[in-house]
Design a binder for this molecule. Structure first.
Ligand code: KG4
Length: 345
């Protein structure tokens, strides 16, 4: 049986195309199993119906493996934390329904988790034999993923405010859509990152948005990229193949500049120098390097999470569950998933 002092949270994540389960004990990671879905690759993007079917196939083995690898039993688990949203409704339904079934069968209470809050709180996952230097409140988080580009003011574990966000595409979408027109596989972000290392970032200029406050926009960049390709292809049909590395390097440089301009502005205006980054795009090597350089220039304390905790994973769901458990925030069987969800919920 679970000793009273141990808080053991089972986290379940199924908001998009990764099925993941994790066990965290007293804030320390015991397991984090992630099953990706290759089925979407040939379509150049996530197909929602296929995603939910794959989640259904994966969820039981993934949870089983997470519990076994953690060396705990069902009776040891204090609470089940599951992603309630935002995300693809069909995908979220699988995780939510599984959490309910598991809770009904075992009597273990449930905690609903906001996926965006969880990305931010990934910085608080502790690992045995690993350094732990979490950000101090208040801090700013640049959350950049396939579905979001936001600047979040984090006042406490569960007290966050979005102070800037994209008004159209997310940064990850800009990477993926531009990669697609260059014929790169999906998701294109990591391929652009790799090719950019061999290219000249100043080879091409693409348009940057001019919008107010801390908000982002990436649709103009995407169009500018497309038009540039179209014009060059008229003169040279091998243009993309011949200049792929330069195109990737220039595209990546522009996306990083757009992201950093607003982050610098937000840091200046709020006076906050404790800065973090989260979400899949934070795996980008150019962005990581630029963040470190910018942090040096503006004397920020920069926190960049481990790669495994930047993309979708259940460890971040479990650690958020840990903090919600401490506040006694549980949810009942009437919980339904939300495709859209404010970060404050
Ligand atoms: O947070 P995440 O795993 O999930 C979703 O938002 O669905 O982010 C996925 C996004 C994709 O757009 C992917 O292309 C991008 O993160 N990404 C990258 C890199 N690794 C993943 N973008 C640029 N460079 C990378 N190295």
């Amino acid at each position: 049986m679970n000793k009273e002092k141990d808080i053991i949270i089972l986290g379940i994540e199924s908001s998009c195309d990764d099925t993941s389960a994790s066990v965290i004990k007293n804030g320390y990671l015991l397991s984090n199993i992630i099953a990706g879905q290759k089925v979407h690759e040939i379509y150049g993007g996530v197909v929602p119906e296929l995603a939910s079917r794959a989640h259904q196939q994966n969820i039981i083995p993934v949870v089983d493996q997470a519990i076994k690898q953690a060396g705990v039993t069902n009776e040891d688990i204090t609470a089940i934390a599951f992603t309630r949203g935002p995300g693809l409704l069909g995908s979220l339904l699988v995780g939510t329904s599984f959490a309910k079934g598991f809770s009904l069968a075992t009597g273990i209470p449930m905690i609903e988790i906001n996926h965006l809050q969880a990305h931010v709180l990934a910085h608080f996952i502790q690992e045995h034999n690993e350094p732990y230097d979490p950000p101090k409140f208040p801090f700013l988080c640049l959350l950049v993923s396939g579905g979001n580009s936001q600047i979040i003011l984090v006042k406490d574990y569960l007290d966050m405010e979005v102070i800037g966000q994209t008004i159209d595409d997310a940064a990850g979408e800009a990477f993926d859509k531009c990669a697609k027109v260059m014929g790169l596989p999906y998701p294109g972000g990591p391929f652009v990152d790799k090719l950019a290392k061999e290219g000249n970032p100043d080879a091409f200029q693409f348009s940057k948005p001019r919008i107010a406050n801390f908000d982002y926009s990436f649709s103009g960049l995407k169009t500018s990229f497309l038009y540039s390709l179209r014009d060059h292809l008229k003169e040279n049909e091998n243009f993309i193949e011949e200049r792929k590395a330069d195109l990737c390097a220039s595209l990546q440089k522009t996306i990083i500049e757009i992201l950093l301009d607003k982050l610098i502005k937000a840091a200046k205006e709020t006076g906050i120098k404790e800065i973090t980054v989260a979400g899949g795009v934070s795996a980008n090597s150019g962005l990581r390097q630029a963040l470190v350089e910018t942090a040096g220039k503006y004397r920020w304390k920069m926190h960049i999470p481990k790669f495994a905790f930047t993309t979708d994973n259940a460890a971040m769901i479990a650690i958020t569950g840990h903090f919600k458990y401490l506040k006694g925030e549980f949810i009942g069987m009437d919980a339904v998933p939300f495709a859209r969800m404010d970060i404050r919920v």
